[in-house]
Design a protein around this ligand. Structure first.
Ligand SMILES: [Zn+2]
Length: 325
């Protein structure tokens, strides 16, 4: 998938991105393909697949409320239509359970991949559930969208630990956009604060590609996590990338996402536990260069040294990258 550089395209990509599985795949999931999920996956999903749909829970009976004001604004649009349900790590607000069910399966799948990558079981604040609001009508979504900014990459709206998406049944799920947004939800849940853009977006993009490939492999597709290479002339110097406080201008937004993803991929591949330490430190407010020299002292002396090694890695094409660890 490519990001939507222009607002007009963002709408198209978003609708394609955040929708459910093709019906045939969904049927397969329910028919028992779920057994192919990684360890721990099948059990958790039985509650979803067993009844063939996400069980509905009355709003007052939900295990947690969402205090995000955007949540109440969403539910105020055609209030009688909303139904609710929950799985182990998420609470869903939806119109039809056949729309919410595949989203709940994928949300939990992504949770497990991210929990493994971050070692979530050892982290405080990782408990609790994030709320996901699933709109179905483009008109309702348009009304709601006036409340917040669409993420240019996926077109979802992530705000204070809640996720708002629109799912149009005529568009097929075909990429990692839902997983990308789930990663933001989890990072927010763990740190309760905004992370630097490059790290938030880079991690979300990296881990959702890993999860997507794993999800497809579990269904016997031959899939590898792909990563876009950065043309040398377009490279954003790391000293700038890692200190950006907001998204860059639209002409740089594609490169921004791609390079952030590559940087996270590179740092994680170089030393997984150092990456966890760096992520944790930067998420809590430490400057990137300080956190880098503290966690990668034996590997990269400073940001310049990192950039020297990262530059050729960033420009490798996806196949070359997959071939070399
Ligand atoms: Zn994002």
């Amino acid at each position: 998938m490519r990001p939507a550089g222009a607002p007009a395209r963002a709408f198209v990509v978003r609708r394609e991105a955040i929708s459910a599985f093709p019906r045939a795949l969904l049927a397969l999931v329910f028919a028992g393909a779920i057994a192919g999920l990684p360890a721990g996956a099948a059990g958790e999903n039985e509650e979803v697949s067993g009844l063939n749909s996400l069980p509905e829970v009355k709003f007052a009976a939900l295990s947690q409320r969402d205090w995000n004001p955007l949540g109440s604004r969403a539910l105020a649009i055609h209030p009688a239509d909303w139904k609710h349900g929950e799985t182990e790590h998420f609470i869903y607000h939806f119109i039809h359970s056949y729309v919410a069910t595949p989203i709940s399966l994928e949300a939990e799948f992504n949770y497990r991949v991210i929990a493994k990558e971050l070692g979530l079981e050892t982290m405080p604040n990782a408990s609790g559930k994030s709320h996901i609001y699933i709109f179905e009508e483009p008109e309702d979504w348009k009304i709601f969208q006036g409340n917040a900014h669409l993420e240019p990459w996926t077109g979802g709206i992530h705000s204070l630990g809640s996720l708002f998406i629109v799912r149009d049944p005529s568009f097929k799920f075909s990429n990692n956009s839902l997983g990308h947004e789930i990663a933001h939800l989890i990072l927010f849940r763990v740190y309760q604060r905004a992370l630097p853009r490059w790290l938030d977006e880079g991690f979300a993009e990296y881990i959702s590609r890993v999860a997507r490939a794993s999800f497809q492999r579990a269904r016997h597709y031959n899939a590898r996590p792909l990563s876009d290479s950065i043309p040398k002339g377009a490279f954003i110097p790391l000293a700038r990338l890692t200190t950006l406080t907001d998204y860059p201008a639209s002409e740089e937004i594609n490169i921004f996402y791609q390079e952030s993803e590559r940087l996270v991929r590179f740092l994680s591949a170089a030393d997984e536990s150092a990456f966890r330490g760096l992520l944790d430190a930067v998420a809590r407010g430490e400057a990137f260069d300080t956190a880098l020299s503290r966690h990668y002292s034996g590997r990269f002396f400073d940001v310049d040294a990192l950039e020297k090694e990262f530059l050729p890695y960033a420009s490798k094409d996806a196949k070359a990258l997959a071939a070399s660890p």
